[in-house]
Design a protein around this ligand. Structure first.
Ligand SMILES: Cc1cc2nc3c(=O)[nH]c(=O)nc-3n(C[C@H](O)[C@H](O)[C@H](O)COP(=O)(O)OP(=O)(O)OC[C@H]3O[C@@H](n4cnc5c(N)ncnc54)[C@H](O)[C@@H]3O)c2cc1C
Ligand code: FES
Length: 281
């Protein structure tokens, strides 16, 4: 059991929880994630450890409500308990002195980017962050990312804040302006990571992506998170979640992410209906 000790709404449908998990907090490193389950009959879902506070035995998770489990999670409040949290899982990001790092976070992808750039900045890297959101209301962690960066560039799809356009537009502007980053990190929706990698491959810029396939056990046993990287089968939970973006078969990943689309939609719909009928009684 892990008790929620703080809850904040960062954007519409996007929540931050600080949760008591001393053993995970003691070991967590940037780039790692947890798998949690809310109740006995619930599914397990992976979420990135957005921050670890070993002194107080707490970890932060940030999640977007996109389906049944994340909606149900978002209904929990301070004092409630999450049935089980397993972690830290996955390989940590290799924190090294690369030089100039461009870190790109799209939507909820900003949450995993934040601990990585915080650690990279401490290693004397020059950090340029590019953060993208649908509109101003959906932008998260602006202050935190700004503090962990030497430069912060913001884009919104509708132009309501920062520059109008996509994160890839800002990356193109930087590179075409003469910047040669030593490392690009892109975390966010699959289409965004694929677009970033298509651009950086052309310019031969080393690029890391953090993949988000469907996961079940998170321990390399079930095979649900299988991806193809450089022509080889890899399991994101134990071999990743970060990979060389130029080697990832994004088409296959996209297809596999949608395998349970109908079932997910039905489960979400049934859950929303059950909430409505409960409200009527
Ligand atoms: C290593 C890893 C770290 C992650 N970290 C975070 C995080 O920090 N914050 C966060 O909000 N989400 C994160 N995700 C995604 C998160 O696990 C899914 O959003 C969640 O499992 C959806 O469950 P659900 O039952 O609410 O929605 P479902 O009903 O299962 O799915 C709803 C919709 O969400 C999409 N979806 C389902 N599973 C995933 C997935 N794994 N990745 C992306 N989209 C998905 C599908 O398009 C689906 O139609 C991470 C995923 C991985 C693999
Ligand atoms: S989630 Fe089961 S093998 Fe990775």
């Amino acid at each position: 059991m892990a008790q929620i000790i703080e809850k904040r709404e960062l954007a519409p449908g996007c929540k931050l929880f600080r949760v008591e998990a001393p053993l995970i907090a003691a070991k967590a490193q940037p780039g790692q994630f947890v798998v949690l389950r809310i109740e006995e009959t619930g599914e397990k879902i992976p979420l990135t450890i957005a921050q670890a506070d070993p002194g107080n035995g707490l970890i932060s998770i940030i999640f977007q409500e996109v389906g049944k489990t994340t909606l149900r999670l978002g209904e929990l409040g301070v004092g409630d308990e999450i049935l089980d949290i397993v972690g830290p899982l996955g390989h940590p990001t290799l924190i090294d002195n690369y030089g100039t790092v461009v870190a790109i976070g799209g939507g909820i992808g900003v949450a995993p980017v934040y601990p990585i750039i915080s650690a990279l900045k401490k290693q004397e890297n020059y950090i340029i962050s590019i953060v993208g959101a649908r509109n101003k209301n959906y932008l998260i962690l602006e202050e935190e990312v700004n503090e962990a960066s030497h430069q912060l560039l913001i884009t919104t799809d509708d132009g309501s804040y920062g520059r109008h356009g996509f994160v890839t537009d800002e990356l193109r502007r930087l590179v075409e302006g003469g910047l040669q980053p030593d490392l690009v990190i892109a975390i966010g929706p699959l289409v965004m990571m694929r677009a970033v990698c298509a651009f950086t491959k052309k310019h031969q810029l080393k690029t890391l992506v953090s993949l988000n396939p469907i996961m079940v056990d998170g321990t390399g046993m079930c095979g649900s998170c299988r991806v193809t990287v450089g022509g080889h089968t890899r399991f994101v939970c134990v071999d990743g979640p970060e990979f060389d973006g130029h080697q990832v078969d994004f088409e296959e990943l996209k297809m596999r992410q949608a395998i349970y689309h109908d079932e997910e939609e039905q489960a979400t719909e049934r859950y929303k209906q059950s909430k409505l009928s409960c409200g009527r009684c």
